[in-house]
Design a protein around this ligand. Structure first.
Ligand code: GDP
Ligand code: IMO
Ligand code: MG
Length: 428
């Protein structure tokens, strides 16, 4: 299967980075198609920990071409900083990285607007990563955005920056506006930062089509997760891009037929960072234990992640929204010490029992989880290299998930390392 999409099936941080890194060994191209540096994808490479925010997780592999698609929003400052932190020689990343001219830029004004919007929302704040993601996508939709390809002509670029900043100046406090809405300064700084990338700008659709015709293996790396999708997620507590598999086409320039396989990544339990509904959240000691054992603190913002049991109602929605062909279950080892393991198999709203996602946000907010408890295995799973080596209770847990979702669990991750991955069915 040469074109494979890896999608977060929950609220992000499912371990997509680890999975993409593991599969990148067989890939020719790795592509980010949405989101920006709100993402934090953890990868261990040669004993070193990397957290990728804007770079695709294949960047450390010499023979992989890494693309940043047109659906991505790029903060030039962060792009330059991240390339510096990974300590890759310029000659190496110049060979391995290409960017779409259609990708929108995150400018300082977008960060200021993100901050101001959150402050204004008060107790209805979203809990954004404060990376300027929402305002950059809002500019894109309002046609006041600035694109990577605009940098190819400095006069045109300045005109685009002016339109963008003129539309925001009055919305910000005066001193903040003076700081971030100076057209000449913003133009000069962005052009200087992006000069080294000018000859890396490509039409990603053409590049991907050519790669596909050659039979190359293409890996589409989702950021965030299904329930943070701007349309299908827990709106308004979502990010501002299409995080679901449909986002691949609009974010890269390929059509739906150019995708062969779609796999969703889910933890063996559930987490969420930021505000918004999370029916199976545990506010008790069990939630604390999941956070402690799972190391559940944000890779981007270091915020503690909210923790809870796996939610089948939510995953069923993810399976449908993404046309999932299979599930990759991560962090199974985190459940090793639990006496019993809860799974939310339905919601109760008033007197009603729901097995599908409620349409009304008010119903969703008041939904109570209905749990099924399965016996824990109380054994270490990290060393297992095959499904058969897993304890019987762990296998039973996975088999139950497959049956509830009518979806095969094709891989199981049982540790942070690239090698701690059980493959039941080849991904490519
Ligand atoms: P992403 O945003 O989906 O790439 O996920 P993050 O990197 O934000 O968060 C996942 C965290 O879980 C990282 O710290 C990973 O190193 C870690 N991780 C991934 N898979 C496993 C696993 O199977 N077991 C354990 N214990 N940790 C894992
Ligand atoms: P990865 O790719 C988890 C969440 C934020 C907030 C909401 C909106 O590492 O899985 P934004 O800054 O995007 O406007 O914030 O989305 N969020 C994530 N949560 N993982 C992520 O990325 C996230 N990116 C954004 O916490 O609730
Ligand atoms: Mg993350």
């Amino acid at each position: 299967m040469p074109s494979l999409v890896i999608i977060g099936a929950q609220w992000g941080d499912e371990g997509k980075g680890k999975i993409v890194d593991a599969l990148a060994g067989q890939a020719d191209v790795v592509v980010r198609f949405q989101g920006g540096d709100n993402a934090g994808h953890t990868v261990f490479h040669d004993g070193r920990k990397f957290v990728f925010h804007i770079l695709p997780s294949g960047i450390l592999r010499p023979r992989v071409m890494n693309l940043i698609g047109g659906g991505v929003v790029v903060n030039p400052q962060k792009l330059v900083e991240e390339l510096a932190t990974i300590r890759l020689p310029e000659s190496a990343w110049r060979k391995r990285l290409r960017l779409s001219g259609e990708a929108h830029l995150i400018l300082a004004c977008h960060l200021a607007l993100d901050q101001a919007a959150e402050a204004q929302r008060g107790n209805r704040k979203i809990g954004t990563t404060q990376r300027g993601i929402g305002p950059a996508y809002a500019d894109r939709a309002a046609r006041t955005g600035v694109r990577m390809g605009d940098t190819l002509d400095p006069d045109y670029f300045r005109a685009q920056v002016k339109t963008c900043l003129d539309s925001h100046r009055a919305l910000l406090p005066k001193d903040r506006a003076r700081e971030v809405c100076n057209v000449d300064r913003v133009t000069r700084e962005a052009l200087a930062l992006l000069r080294p990338f000018r000859d890396l700008i490509v039409d990603t659709g053409i590049l991907l089509d050519t790669a596909r015709r050659k039979g190359q293996h293409i890996l589409y790396e989702g950021a965030q997760g299904t329930m943070l999708d701007i349309g299908a997620g827990t709106y308004p507590y979502v990010t501002s891009s299409h995080t679901i598999a449909g986002g691949v086409c609009v974010g890269t320039g390929i059509g739906p037929h150019a995708i062969d396989r779609i796999l969703g990544v889910s933890k063996a339990y559930a987490t969420r960072v930021g505000e918004g509904p999370f029916t199976s959240e545990l506010h008790d000691a069990t939630g604390e234990t999941l956070r402690r054992i799972g190391g559940e603190y944000g890779a981007t913002t270091k915020r503690p992640r909210r923790c809870g049991w796996l939610d089948i109602v939510q995953l069923r929605r993810a399976a449908r929204l993404n046309s999932l062909d299979g599930l990759i279950l991560t962090k199974l080892d985190v459940l090793d010490g639990f006496e019993q393991i809860g799974v939310c198999t339905a919601y109760r709203c008033g007197k009603k029992r729901w097995t599908e996602w409620p349409a009304s946000p008010v119903d969703l907010a008041s939904a109570e989880p209905i749990y099924t408890f399965l016996p824990g295995w109380k054994q270490v799973t990290t060393g297992a290299t095959s499904f058969q080596e897993l304890p019987a209770a762990a296998r039973a847990y996975i088999n139950k998930i497959e049956r509830w979702l009518d979806l095969p669990v094709v891989m199981i991750s049982n540790g942070q390392d690239r090698k701690q991955l059980i493959t039941r069915r080849r991904a490519f």
